[in-house]
Design a binder for this molecule. Structure first.
Ligand SMILES: *[C@@H]1O[C@H](CO)[C@@H](O)[C@H](O)[C@H]1NC(C)=O
Ligand SMILES: *[C@@H]1O[C@H](CO)[C@@H](O)[C@H](O)[C@H]1NC(C)=O
Ligand SMILES: *[C@@H]1O[C@H](CO)[C@@H](O)[C@H](O)[C@H]1NC(C)=O
Ligand SMILES: *[C@@H]1O[C@H](CO)[C@@H](O)[C@H](O)[C@H]1NC(C)=O
Ligand SMILES: *[C@@H]1O[C@H](CO)[C@@H](O)[C@H](O)[C@H]1NC(C)=O
Length: 702
């Protein structure tokens, strides 16, 4: 019908042209102009008609081409088309990709931009831009070169918020140390080829959209651990020579990723322009809101900086929901090694860490000479951390001069007793001077697992901290509640206790007054050297991050046919054809990293986790190796007699019950867990060796 209207309209125009001729004879002056104008109108209209005719022919002719296909390989297609019919206007991004309300446009979109429907045979696929064909042309490999000049990085960090100034001050202060470390590592790696990666760092918690609650507290004793760590991550990536983009706002994130205009329901406009994206839980949430399906597709490239760690049981959405592990933060279905922690407390995750300031030998000697044996500094910049600690402080004061660095505005905070010499919040170099003189750095239980004790120990202090009995965890302590881990925190700073220990660290029950006093006396007479574990030096961090970037791989998902292959990474080889998470089955095992020669198969006691079992043997649980021990052969090798070999989804598997003569293998690779334990089961544990001072890396890992 439309066509006829326009055709007749076109005829009328021709009539109009005749009228012009008639008109012409009367008013010859405007003749030329009018002819031109009318001719223009006529020709415009003709071409519009032609266009409309053509479109309608395409639609008529292809109405069968745009029938919703019933293809068992694309079961979601009809449902998605229905959804599009009802909701395609809900986000302008659909129109951006050419959706106009017609079924053809839905099918084109759902097959070429998303991947729920089969490709349409009549579309010219060779003419489609790359985001539609999903083919990523491999850029040529480039070699990364160490950088010792940090000025470009400092410019990239930008200005504005107080947190950025804090990070920049830190980067500048440690610049020399980073440069020296870069030269050492460069020499150590002996010209080895290192791929230069394109890396995006999106610091979610500093974005305005997530509230940037930190900036206002930087100058008031607020927690700085996260900012310390981000500053060091940025510096490591820069120094290692990677191609770095930094985003601290939603707008930057959208721009860097190529988010189409709209509300974020659609995939990105092109292939992911990064090899790796470092972010945090806030940033992950933002990426989920703005990347549509692309987040799932590019999941492999993401690394989540996660201070306290995420255990596999909490990370697997379906499992967490069914078994009571659901929290505000978990259930992202990542490989748990994609979570990177502040301390090496959760071997299911990767240990990212941070660095502490290093001293040269001259400085170390001068510290030894200037120590004041009866000087103690209390760990805790906020008055609330001192609340209820008068008893301990009184005892301490009987032996030592007590110093504090508690933030205050005008007067002494009431929580800080009068005998305490409070310096107020100190700038970094003054705090360091104080620590260099002090003999004791004492924690009263909070904050947990921060950077300050390492700094104190590096400046020759002894760190005295409370043992927690029972341990604190998400089950019994408000602070950990809702965190995706059930890790038992046995002291204020478990790393200090386990990895450093005496004489630098003393962990006692503070409620046992005798023990507490004995510890203080011991400290006053002890002589200790400044100490910093290698993994917290710049070189140690560079070495670790280098190894992760070069060898902790995860191949891109099957980008050519994402509808069929969906997601996949050899790093995350699944064992079943469970498609719940979109990982593809039946993939040949990848070249292992850490190398398999580091693997030691152990069996835990009943009730013991693999974290503990490996630790008892002087080893560390290696989650990457579960894949290789999840087999009947492993059970045979251990001479386990079992009646049933079953494959289930349970985070304690592979495991067996001696009493029940029952064995179980793991069906879901995402649930391999060093942390899991059960009173009835003995677990098969993949343990490995580690480098002295660098627990993240096995001896042959570099
Ligand atoms: C040409 O078309 C425009 C509107 O499309 C109209 O305003 C104008 O009067 C037309 N010119 C002539 C000469 O018919
Ligand atoms: C498909 O598109 C390409 C690139 O635009 C063009 O060269 C080719 O001729 C087209 N093929 C068909 C069959 O239209
Ligand atoms: C040690 O560090 C201090 C101050 O940071 C510096 O003045 C001194 O030259 C350094 N000494 C050596 C031997 O590098
Ligand atoms: C000391 O005991 C009290 C109450 O018995 C308890 O609340 C507190 O956590 C204990 N402190 C330490 C450091 O163990
Ligand atoms: C790390 O990966 C590189 C290639 O990127 C390879 O040459 C090297 O052997 C790997 N190292 C280990 C220990 O697997």
């Amino acid at each position: 019908l439309e066509v006829w209207v326009f055709v007749s309209c076109s005829c009328r125009s021709r009539v109009g042209a005749q009228e012009v001729l008639w008109d012409m004879s009367i008013q010859p002056a405007s003749l030329v102009e009018r002819i031109q104008a009318i001719a223009q109108n006529v020709s415009n209209m003709a071409s519009r008609v032609e266009q409309i005719l053509q479109n309608s022919i395409v639609q008529e002719g292809s109405s069968s081409q745009c029938e919703v296909p019933r293809d068992p390989r694309y079961p979601e297609c009809p449902g998605k088309v229905d959804w599009m019919r009802a909701r395609w206007t809900s986000d302008p991004c659909y129109a951006f990709y050419g959706v106009d309300g017609s079924d053809c446009s839905f099918l084109i979109y759902l097959s070429e931009v998303e991947w729920f429907c089969p490709p349409l045979a009549w579309r010219n696929h060779s003419s489609l831009p790359t985001q539609f064909t999903q083919q990523q042309t491999k850029a040529p490999r480039r070699q990364a070169a160490f950088r010792t000049d940090l000025s470009v990085l400092l410019d990239q960090v930008g200005t504005g918020q107080e947190s950025l100034s804090f990070m920049k001050r830190r980067i500048r202060r440690l610049a020399q140390q980073w440069a020296t470390a870069a030269n050492h590592l460069d020499a150590k790696l002996e010209q080895r080829w290192r791929d230069q990666k394109k890396i995006l760092v999106h610091v979610g918690f500093l974005t305005e959209e997530s509230g940037d609650v930190f900036s206002p507290k930087v100058l008031k004793g607020g927690p700085l651990g996260e900012m310390v760590q981000w500053a060091d991550i940025l510096t490591s990536l820069h120094v290692l020579g990677h191609n770095l983009k930094i985003s601290m706002s939603l707008k930057d994130l959208q721009g860097f990723l190529g988010v189409p205009p709209g509300r974020g329901s659609c995939p990105l406009t092109g292939p992911l322009p990064f090899d790796l994206i470092y972010t945090d839980y806030h940033g992950l949430q933002q990426m989920k809101q703005h990347m549509g399906l692309s987040l799932k597709k590019h999941k492999c490239h993401i690394r989540v900086i996660d201070t306290f760690g995420t255990e596999p049981a909490y990370n697997h959405e379906e499992y967490a929901t069914l078994h009571g592990y659901r929290t505000n933060w978990g259930y992202w279905n990542l490989d748990s090694r994609q979570y990177m922690t502040m301390f090496p407390h959760t071997p299911d995750n990767s240990f990212m860490g941070f660095v502490s300031e290093e001293l040269n030998d001259t400085e170390k000697r001068s510290i030894q000479q200037n120590k004041v044996n009866n000087m103690a500094v209390v760990y805790g910049k906020e008055p609330s951390m001192w609340k209820g600690k008068e008893g301990f402080l009184q005892i301490l004061h009987r032996y030592m001069e007590v110093h504090g660095t508690v933030y205050y505005e005008t007067q002494r905070p009431p929580e800080v007793p009068a005998f305490v010499k409070n310096h107020g919040l100190l700038p970094q170099h003054e705090l360091q001077q104080l620590l260099r003189k002090a003999k004791l750095f004492i924690g009263f239980g909070f904050p947990y697992e921060g950077p300050a004790p390492l700094e104190a120990i590096a400046n020759g202090c002894i760190f005295l901290q409370p043992k927690f009995n029972p341990p604190h965890s998400s089950l019994n302590h408000e602070f950990f509640r809702g965190k995706p881990t059930s890790r038992q925190v046995s002291a204020q700073h478990p790393y200090a206790e386990q990895y450093i220990g005496k004489p630098h660290v003393i962990t006692v029950d503070f409620n046992n007054t005798e023990e507490f006093e004995a510890a203080i006396r011991e400290i006053m007479s002890a002589k200790v050297e400044p100490y910093l574990p290698y993994e917290y030096t710049c070189e140690g961090m560079l070495e670790r991050v280098h190894a992760y970037i070069q060898n902790q791989t995860c191949s891109a998902p099957n980008e050519a046919h994402p509808g069929v292959g969906k997601q996949l990474g050899p790093m995350f080889v699944p064992l079943s054809n469970s498609t719940a998470l979109g990982w593809s089955p039946n993939v040949p095992p990848p070249a292992a990293w850490p190398p398999l020669r580091a693997l030691r198969l152990l069996v835990s006691q009943e009730g013991q986790s693999c974290v503990e079992a490996c630790q008892r043997a002087g080893l560390v649980c290696e989650r990457a190796h579960f894949h290789y021990i999840n087999s009947k052969e492993a059970l045979h090798a251990l001479e386990v007699q079992c009646e049933v070999v079953d494959s289930e989804m349970n985070h304690i598997l592979p495991a067996f019950s001696v009493m029940r003569r029952e064995c179980g293998l793991q069906r879901e690779a995402l649930l391999f867990s060093c942390a899991g334990h059960s009173p009835k089961y003995r677990r098969l544990c993949p343990c490995r060796d580690f480098r002295q001072g660098q627990v993240a890396l096995c001896r042959d890992c570099l």
